[in-house]
Design a binder for this molecule. Sequence first.
Ligand code: FEO
Length: 406
Amino acid sequence: MKIPNSQITPDVWYVGVNDRVSGIFERMWPLPYGVSYNSYLITDEQVTLLDTVESAFFELFLKQIKGILGERPIDYLIINHMEPDHSGSIGMLCREYPQMKLVGNKKTFNMLAGYYPELSNERVVVDDGHTLSIGQRTLQFITAPMVHWPEVMFTYSAYDKILFSADAFGTFGTLDGNIFDRDCCPDHYFEEMYRYYACIVGKFGPFVQKVLAKVLAMNIPIDYVCSLHGPIWTAAHFPKALGIYDQLSKYESQKGAVILYGSMYGNTAVPADIIARSLAAEGIKHIVCYDLSTSNPSFVLRDVFRYRAVIVGAPTYCMDIFPPVKEMMEKFAMRDIKDRLLGVFGSYSFAGQATKKLTAYADTLKWELVGTPLDQLGATGEDDAQKAIHLGRAVAKRLHELYPEE
Ligand code: FEO
């Protein structure tokens, strides 16, 4: 089965698959547009495959490979990333091609031993800067530790001007016919890139920065960036993808506010909307509100990576922060999201704790506390409403100071 529109350059082929079945990535993150698991095949003198696909899609994956190769064997499998959405078919592929040599670094093979202790395929251990000649092409390896696993590496083909970039520049969304960004409308890929980055790579911004600097310093010509998820980037849109990864990995933010709250009986929801109106009245355009009892955290993470101000509200529950809100705060701490403004509001019926404990996250996260936290007893009274308006104004004022041009 030779699938049309699979060729990237002469002898370099896209052999990835689309997942519209799982509905959820890493059993946590919803996939409204699905996701692709990308793999690439080079039919040089030595046939070389770069990464595999999630195990459930092995049969289709193999059919595509055989549609191009026929009975010709694969000589090398380059393992740029060991996470199972890409390494899940390695065992089955090695049984199909027992003579295939596996190419990875030391950390790759440590992990491989854990996942596939039975494999006896010959191994080629490479490191940063090493090369592998496969005929007309000499492939170069560029280690990319902690983007977002320790064994990750990129592979560069100077012959094709292709950078195979593992998960970097990846995004959710299946490839619906067109495999290149230049041939499709990529808006949803960019929207999902924020969410993909925030959820999957978000903790490792400094490592992303290091690798971006390393690749830029190499000054290599690149016509195609082949990530493991999403479209193949070309000059048409790669600068935008690079800009998003650069911005997010520096924790740079835009002028805007995310209002997050939990509300058991609707009393904490009232100041949330008043704060939002207050921000709007002060000229803040980008305002997003989430009820954390019904919102998937991936969308919240996306917007907290995107916008500078985070205004959080919760009722007190069991002498603590209402659990969905507390869990969200822990997700921010887990990703070490830097340099945000924090506003706080809370409510209680007795023994109020939520506002105080949410305020303490300013120290935990090293975020700048803005305005006076609102601590509301019961329903929103006139005095509480005024405090909510003032909190919105204080956050808006700080945003205007930080982004005077926007
Ligand atoms: Fe797409 Fe880190 O796996």
